[in-house]
Design a protein around this ligand. Structure first.
Ligand SMILES: Cc1cc2nc3c(=O)[nH]c(=O)nc-3n(C[C@H](O)[C@H](O)[C@H](O)COP(=O)(O)O)c2cc1C
Length: 193
């Protein structure tokens, strides 16, 4: 167990058994079978977003003490980080955004990260495809995961869930381009970038 890769998944969805949970479960099944997985349900935590106290400019840690405090160690120890969120008003949910903002401590105190292997952002959205449906949430995830030392960033996007919910089993490792944006299109995965 000691030398096993650690996957930390920050769960940003607000309802259980929805599209994003099903997508996350498939992702973990395909990509994390041989790894130790730690799921953090952000909705079960009582925590604040960043309040810009600038404490982390004076000391290399976050001064807020709440349920997010123990998550920092998990973030530091993880080799693989997964964010899972529905799109809410074009961005990630408030749960994930609050967590992202708490990572300001790493932006203020850049680290020489070691062992950070892969980062992934899982997104679902309800509406039919429209321009920039995933752009804001993608950028929010990308800047954060880069700040945490991840150079590979895979984004998996499933839109149109109002009409066509995410079907369990649709995500297959062999159809996904690592370090790219993969979007459900019809019965396939389309590589956006
Ligand atoms: C507050 C709120 C805002 C939403 N905003 C968007 C949006 O901007 N674009 C979109 O395509 N879908 C939007 N949706 C739809 C959800 O992204 C979609 O239903 C998603 O798949 C829900 O994930 P879940 O099943 O895991 O809860 C929104 C839903 C809610 C509740």
């Amino acid at each position: 167990m000691e030398n096993q890769d650690k996957v930390l998944a920050l769960i940003g969805y607000t309802r259980k058994n929805g599209n994003t949970q099903a997508l996350l479960e498939d992702y973990l099944k395909e990509f994390a079978q041989d790894k130790e997985v730690d799921l953090v349900d952000l909705n079960a935590l009582d925590f604040k977003g960043c309040i810009h106290c600038d404490g982390c400019l004076k000391e290399p840690f976050c001064r807020l003490r709440d349920d997010f405090s123990p998550i920092y160690q998990k973030i530091e120890e993880a080799n693989h980080l997964v964010f899972a969120s529905p799109v809410y008003f074009n961005g990630v949910t408030w749960l994930l955004k609050k967590s992202i903002d708490r990572m300001q401590v790493y932006f203020s105190n850049p680290r020489d990260w070691q062992g950070k292997k892969s980062a992934c952002l899982l997104l679902t959205a309800g509406a039919k495809p429209y321009p920039d449906q995933f752009t804001t949430s993608y950028l929010e995830g990308q800047i954060t995961l880069k700040t945490l030392g991840y150079s590979t960033f895979t984004c998996i996007q499933v839109g149109d869930t109002d009409r066509r919910p995410y079907e369990a089993g649709f995500l297959r490792k062999e159809a996904i381009k690592i370090d790219g944006i993969n979007r459900r299109k019809g019965n396939q995965w389309e590589l956006i970038e």
